[in-house]
Design a binder for this molecule. Structure first.
Ligand SMILES: CC(C)(COP(=O)(O)OP(=O)(O)OC[C@H]1O[C@@H](n2cnc3c(N)ncnc32)[C@H](O)[C@@H]1OP(=O)(O)O)[C@@H](O)C(=O)NCCC(=O)NCCS
Length: 199
């Protein structure tokens, strides 16, 4: 469908986001992360849905309106998370799971960074770079030629530049329309107050 230039109405109760798709096709130049002995990464084999959604909410719901894995039926989510090609990792800090790294190897020769983020109290102090370095090590240790992801304008405003500094190049842009999850009951109405609710 051809989208005409100009302003387009978004129905009340809906969100509209600009999604940027990025990829890298070779191992990027290393970027040092500050020493963070207080961080570790744990692979979570066969993640429980309740655990997964708790960490997903902790990282993405309150500030960034992550909703895709909350609105999906549990059985459909379990099919993804329990697929042998999907790897879920938790960033551990202070005895808690405070970050999420999800890598999807279901397509031959490729890896998608499907979810990546840390909880708000860790942001801006090197934990993101530390986690990205782990993601790059794991992804490129496999027989892939492409590592890719998408990010949207609901995400942390520094995320897109962070990914570009990490070695990803933007290749595609889309607009996504979706129900506002604060109006469907999937997220608290006080979440992400920087994005007004339009009823
Ligand atoms: C996107 C996100 C992962 C970035 O993480 P972050 O913690 O803000 O990033 P960091 O502080 O680790 O890194 C930023 C830079 O500051 C540097 N830095 C941070 N603290 C530092 C310190 N104490 N000493 C030296 N350098 C430091 C990092 O090395 C990094 O440098 P580089 O990017 O030039 O290599 C994080 O904002 C996040 O999880 N947001 C919420 C979820 C989200 O939006 N995810 C993306 C969705 S697709």
């Amino acid at each position: 469908m051809q989208l005409e230039d100009g302003f387009h109405d978004v129905p009340a109760g809906k969100l509209a986001t600009v999604v940027t798709w990025l990829e890298m096709r070779a191992v990027p130049a290393p970027r040092p992360a500050p020493d963070r002995d207080d961080l570790s990464l744990r692979r979570v084999e066969t993640p429980g849905i309740e655990w997964y959604r708790t960490v997903f909410r902790r990282v993405g719901a309150e500030d960034w309106l992550w909703f895709s894995r909350l609105v999906m039926p549990e059985a459909a989510l379990a099919v993804i998370l329990h697929d042998p090609g999907v790897e879920v990792y938790a960033l551990r800090h202070g005895g808690e799971d405070t970050g999420l790294l999800e890598l999807d190897f279901r397509e031959d020769g490729a890896c998608e960074l499907t979810f990546f983020g840390i909880s708000s109290e860790l942001i801006g102090a090197g934990a993101g770079r530390w986690l990205m370095n782990r993601a790059l090590e794991i992804a490129w240790s496999r027989p892939i030629t492409r590592f890719h992801l998408h990010t949207c304008t609901l995400d942390h405003p520094a995320a897109l530049d962070f990914y570009r500094r990490s070695g990803f190049t933007a290749i595609r842009r889309q607009v996504e329309i979706a129900d506002d999850p604060r109006l469907t009951g999937h997220l608290d109405a006080r979440s992400a107050q920087q994005i007004p609710i339009i009823r």
